[in-house]
Design a protein around this ligand. Structure first.
Ligand SMILES: Nc1ncnc2c1ncn2[C@@H]1O[C@H](COP(=O)(O)OP(=O)(O)OP(=O)(O)O)[C@@H](O)[C@H]1O
Ligand SMILES: [Mg+2]
Length: 258
């Protein structure tokens, strides 16, 4: 059970899961939201901590409107979405989404620790953390300060990506944070007209990465309009593709972490 040190802190969080890659733009934030939603569908109490302070995109990916943050005593209240997810992002604290956050490492690390210790998460089964790209300040803070149940690593099937993902997986190994598994995003494309499946990139990279780190591929997510449109239209629960991805994510994580 994870409990921040702040006095009278009522937070009780069973599992902290990081969603990491090392590489930018591969779908970490998309997978963070899908993972959180999948766990919510399983009946769990779930929060999302957006640890990408300088590139926050969780509120946009989740199709959330602007929210007024509320304070409860000494704590900041996370936003509670209609789907029942608790969310904290720097985007809720700035005047507008396009306002840059121009902070050096120590300030970023402090903000992350505050999002953990000074936000009233309450009792949660899972807190899913959307990591920024890279292996520097924020990644070090999250790995050192939080007692993580593990990381989900997001990759795409390109050698240029998998080499960067391998670096961040090695970082997790060195920092003794378990790897829950790999999510391969943008794995293939299915033509909406003729149904032909095209794999733009190779099909070996992720399997090789899984073998190298003794872990498994949790799910392959194709490049598709359902996911591309999430920031503008929300999560399309009527899509069999979205449901299949949510089912696999939820099932595998609950199976592994309980
Ligand atoms: N499977 C997919 N199919 C189509 N579009 C996708 C898919 N996955 C992600 N995208 C889109 O790709 C873009 C990048 O995704 P996302 O923001 O989740 O990546 P990220 O790894 O979090 O990026 P960053 O490193 O900037 O934080 C977004 O516009 C997202 O909607
Ligand atoms: Mg992101």
């Amino acid at each position: 059970m994870n409990q921040p040190e702040k006095k009278d802190n009522p937070n009780k969080i069973e599992h902290l899961i990081g969603v990491m890659s090392g590489k930018g733009g591969v779908g970490k934030s998309t997978v963070t939201y899908l993972t959180a939603f999948a766990l919510k569908q399983k009946g769990c109490r779930v929060g999302i901590l957006d640890a990408d302070i300088t590139g926050a995109s969780i509120p946009r990916i989740m199709h959330l409107p602007r929210y007024e943050m509320k304070v409860c005593g000494d704590f900041i209240c996370p936003v509670e979405t209609e789907q029942g997810l608790k969310v904290m992002s720097i985007s809720f604290l700035v005047d507008n989404e396009e306002q840059p956050v121009i902070w050096r490492g120590p300030l970023l690390s402090r903000a992350i620790r505050q999002f953990w210790g000074e936000v009233l998460w309450g009792e949660l089964d899972y807190l899913v953390i959307d990591m920024p790209p890279g292996t520097s300040d924020v990644a070090i803070t999250v790995m050192q300060s939080f007692h993580l149940s593990g990381f989900i690593f997001v990759t795409t099937p390109q050698d240029l990506v998998s080499v960067v993902v391998a670096r961040s997986m090695q970082m997790a190994e060195r920092m003794k944070v378990p790897v829950i598994g790999l999510v391969e995003n943008m794995s293939y494309f299915i033509c909406p007209h003729c149904g032909e499946k095209t794999s733009f990139f190779g099909q070996e990279e992720t399997a090789r990465l899984a073998r190298q780190f003794g872990t498994e591929l949790i799910v392959q997510i194709p490049t598709s309009q359902e996911f591309a449109r999430m920031p503008s239209d929300g999560l399309d629960l009527s899509s069999p593709l979205v449901s299949a991805v949510l089912d696999k994510l939820g099932q595998k994580i609950v199976e592994k972490l309980g």
